[in-house]
Design a protein around this ligand. Structure first.
Ligand code: 13P
Length: 249
């Protein structure tokens, strides 16, 4: 199976012109490009081989209507959006996003036919208490995030992004590959241990946190890892394309 490489541009770049040229360069098969939402309409015609995603959705089930400030998954789908990040640690920390809201977002995304990328990951404080505590923390986030969709059907991506490994600019603080592989294995095992609830879902596990050309090959050796969620390196197209090449040849 080919691995999925997801480019999370976060709140970058600063101009539509740069966004279009970055998207043109990074548009490859098995790549998901996730720009800031205002760039979505323009990139709809640029991203052809890969897919488009957004960094968040609102937990609204309607396609349109009197929902001031909201962007529902069904509405965004009309702009060619196929994936959405939900529960990124930066949104949890900066926007006060709760597990209850995240669970609603997951449900409304799946109901609209948008593939959710649920981000889970422990903070440094939790990790310092040991791997067992980190696993408990991550599985708890997972349970809460998926709370409203038990027994349903669809495709879900779980992104394991240890908070302490994010935005280190690939300077050696990324999670150790075995730890990441083991955590994603734990996530999958946890979901399949309650098979009745999850048998109808296709679960894809990706790793994120300072992924770059220097470490992606090591993570790739972990069999439980089905892809990568790339932040800062996805803003440098040459580096990003090298990652895609290492991952999918
Ligand atoms: P970095 O690759 O910049 O660490 O970001 C990871 C991330 O948060 C992707 O969602």
């Amino acid at each position: 199976m080919k691995h999925l490489v997801i480019a999370n541009w976060k709140m970058n770049p600063m101009s539509l012109k740069e966004a279009i040229s970055l998207a043109k360069e990074e548009d490859k098969k098995d790549v998901v490009i996730i720009p800031p939402t205002p760039y979505i309409p323009a990139l709809q015609t640029v991203v052809k081989k890969g897919s488009l995603g957004v960094q968040d959705v609102d937990p609204i089930n309607a396609v349109n209507g009197p929902y001031t400030s909201a962007l529902s998954p069904a509405f965004l789908k009309k702009f060619g959006v196929r994936y959405t990040i939900i529960g990124h640690s930066e949104a949890r920390a900066n926007l006060g996003e709760s597990d209850a809201i995240i669970a609603h977002k997951i449900k409304s995304a799946l109901d609209a036919g948008i593939i959710p990328i649920l981000c889970v990951g422990e903070t440094k404080e939790v990790r310092d208490m040991g791997y067992t505590k980190a696993r408990e923390f991550v599985l708890d986030q997972l349970e809460r995030g998926l709370d409203l969709i038990k027994g349903g059907v669809g495709k879900i991506i779980i992104a394991y992004e240890p908070v302490w490994a994010i935005s280190t600019n690939n300077e050696g603080v990324a999670d150790d590959s075995e730890g990441a592989g083991e955590m994603i294995q734990n996530i999958k095992a946890h979901l399949s241990s309650s098979m009745k609830l999850w048998a109808q879902y296709k679960i894809i596990g990706v790793y994120g946190g300072s992924v770059g050309v220097n470490n992606v090959g090591v993570f790739l050796k972990e069999r439980s890892i089905d892809g990568f969620l790339v932040g800062s390196a996805s803003l440098r197209s040459k580096e990003f394309l090298r990652i895609v090449e290492i991952v999918n040849g």
